[in-house]
Ligand binder design. Sequence first.
Ligand code: NDP
Ligand code: 2IT
Length: 449
Amino acid sequence: MSLNNVQLREIYDGLVSRNAHETEFLQAVLEVLESLEPVVEQRPELLEQGVIERMVEPERIVCFRIPWVDDAGRVRVNRGFRVQFNSAIGPYKGGLRLHPSVTLSVIKFLGFEQIFKNSLTGLPMGGGKGGSDFDPKGKSDGEVMRFCQSFMTELQRHIGPDTDVPAGDIGVGGREIGYLFGQYKRLRNEFTGVLTGKKVGAGGSLARTEATGYGVCYFTNEMLAAANDSFQGKTVVISGSGNVAIYANQKATQLGGKVVAMSDSNGYIYDPNGIDYQVIQEIKEVRRARIKTYLDFVPSARYVEGCAGIWTVPCDVALPCATQNELDGQAAEALIANGVKFVAEGANMPCTPQAVAAFQAAGIPFGPAKAANAGGVATSGLEMSQNSMRLNWTFEEVDQRLHQIMKDIYASAASAAEEYGMPGNLVAGANIAGFLKVADAMLWQGVSY
Ligand code: NDP
Ligand code: 2IT
């Protein structure tokens, strides 16, 4: 641990002793606290007023039973979570994840990151996250529907368009949002913007589906431009093959890059001719099949079992877009040895601290998740605005706003890094810029007893 400030270290040690087994959460907190050292030295009132201690403790956590009935008539039970982390600058906002690896630690790390990410978008959204250890893989549509309905039957009492607005994340896309929304509407008898990622034509925003992937590339484009470079002619590797990865592929290709490898949790495909995002869309969004079936479309491509191997594929730009801690120190060294020039996180916390340190030591521009993947939640914020105004913007209008937001996020992360004496360190810059707005709102609102 490299926390030199005694008070920050005490806060972190206290958190470790209270949450010893929450490894993902502690990992996310430590990175932020490290970035905040120069900030608390300049502004001692942040510690005096307990802002940091308050910020690392969720305002509220709900944890509940989700019973549902499978196609064989058997009762199944999963565990549901909603962590309402911070509402200083707006209603809680953040996705719902359905994956067997979901624990309270995972949801707390995601909710914690969401506070700073949402702040960086410049839109009035607090931080929250939820999910369940339900595994949608291999489940029928009916099973997913009954699960989502049961999930919402409990969740509905904790959320609302001005209270807490969930959305998608791993395992939650348009289908699941539809089932969740339908159940909320039925139980509450109201059609409101209580969820984002809704179907276009039924309260949803154009470009929300594409937003995270596009946003990652808009952010990467700013990193490239700062180095007088562009996507043109760049070889790109994108891990994952879900919502973020598919549209990162589309935008990277549009901007002149060539995406040569993508993956799922089983393995990766390598296609030196460039992977057409529409093929991945067909495999993942329509057929819900494995990435291996890419070979049925492009027999000349190669499939390799094991997803971590994707980082041995030489590339100029690496965009990890699957899940947390998918790219470790060893993978980072392999990428560096193969000449990677830019790295940006599409997933949340996909790079381990060792990987981030390796990229930074090698002088490789690194775009952290909070900044680089904020385009999804930013566009959720734009969906909320459209819902409140009861009107719809065109695809171009939403995309333009998204693009501007990503440019602004890059600028604020870069300038905060510079102001606090760490030029080029977008990790520190994003943490500081995201933190300051929330901290000032908390100071302004006082401590409520
Ligand atoms: P999807 O469910 O659409 O896709 C997830 C992809 O990641 C799949 O290819 C999946 O493979 C792979 N994956 C998931 N878990 C693992 C794992 N444990 N090991 C290896 N591969 C895994 O999710 P999204 O694309 O929406 O989310 C991807 C990442 O982006 C997540 O970190 C999410 O938090 C983040 N994110 C998402 C946003 C959004 O708007 N959707 C916004 C900002 C960030 P398989 O099919 O084999 O499971
Ligand atoms: O991690 C994220 O930012 C998301 N999954 C999107 C959250 C949202 O509310 O759109």
